[in-house]
Design a protein around this ligand. Structure first.
Ligand SMILES: Nc1ncnc2c1ncn2[C@@H]1O[C@H](COP(=O)(O)OP(=O)(O)OP(=O)(O)O)[C@@H](O)[C@H]1O
Length: 244
């Protein structure tokens, strides 16, 4: 099933031509990555999907319904985790439920069962500064997930992490997705990351961003460390590198 369709989206910021006829499809339970040069318009595209920014032309369909310009349907996580430093991890995770009008106590009760799946069990009452970088990102991912469980927009969620933590987080994300039904649109500058995680990769051009190429990633799952050196991975990586 098509969870999300971006149809022919064009965007100008005054004279600045940013997105040119972008169309993209995210199927249910897929991870689709977007790779493109800095400043090409990837975050702008996410803002349009989230309804925060208006497109000059084009549509956003979610499960076939028109969500162009509407907020609140998909969850969205930025590179900087933005956990509130004065709130515990449990209270941070409860925020999206409270935004939806759920009482604080009930929100905590609903968020708590996810802590073990997100590798945060025992840290419910800790504050963000007491957690490692990877744990903070998992907490931010949990908070994002609790806002809208089925469609998540992740804008370089592991961009600020060291290489080893990043690799662990990618593996963790794939394993956790076996238990959570979620469709993910993922922005990254990291080709290895895109290839490791994705079912499909869209490569964007310099601004105005056009779709330069679309790759279906048939690398078998489950993926593990050996994925990074398999023939298909290496050959796709070379093709993408040549496009950027
Ligand atoms: N609100 C805005 N007003 C004017 N220009 C904007 C606005 N938001 C973004 N831009 C411009 O649009 C272009 C695309 O920005 P955007 O942040 O979407 O790129 P990006 O591909 O996400 O970049 P990066 O990979 O560096 O995060 C940039 O030139 C940026 O300066």
């Amino acid at each position: 099933m098509k969870k999300l369709e971006i149809i022919d989206v064009t965007k100008y910021f005054d004279e600045l031509y940013t997105l040119e006829n972008i169309s993209l499809t995210l199927e249910e339970n897929q991870i689709v990555s977007i790779i493109g040069p800095s400043g090409s318009g990837k975050s702008t595209l996410f803002n349009i999907v989230a309804g925060i920014e208006k497109a000059d032309h084009g549509k956003i369909l979610i499960e076939g319904n028109d969500y162009t310009g509407k907020t609140g349907r998909v969850s969205y996580m930025h590179q900087k985790d933005l956990l509130l430093p004065w709130k515990t991890i449990l209270d941070n995770a409860s925020i999206p439920l409270m935004i939806k009008g759920i009482d604080k106590k009930v929100a905590r009760q609903q968020a708590a069962p996810y802590f073990s799946l997100f590798g945060l069990e025992g840290f419910e009452n800790h504050y963000p500064h007491q957690l490692s970088g990877g744990m903070r990102q998992r907490a931010a991912l949990l908070r994002t997930y609790l806002f809208a469980k089925d469609i998540m927009l992740l804008d370089e969620p592991f961009g600020g992490l060291d290489a080893i933590t990043k690799r662990k987080m990618q593996q963790w994300l794939l394993s956790v997705l076996k238990n959570l039904k979620a469709s993910i649109l993922f922005i990254t500058h990291d080709i290895d990351e895109a290839l490791f995680l994705s079912d499909k990769i869209y490569v964007l051009s310099e601004r105005p961003a056009r779709i330069k190429a679309i790759f279906d990633i048939g690398i078998p799952r489950p993926r593990d460390n050996s994925t990074f050196t398999c023939e298909e991975f290496v050959s796709l990586k070379e093709k993408i590198l040549n496009l950027l």
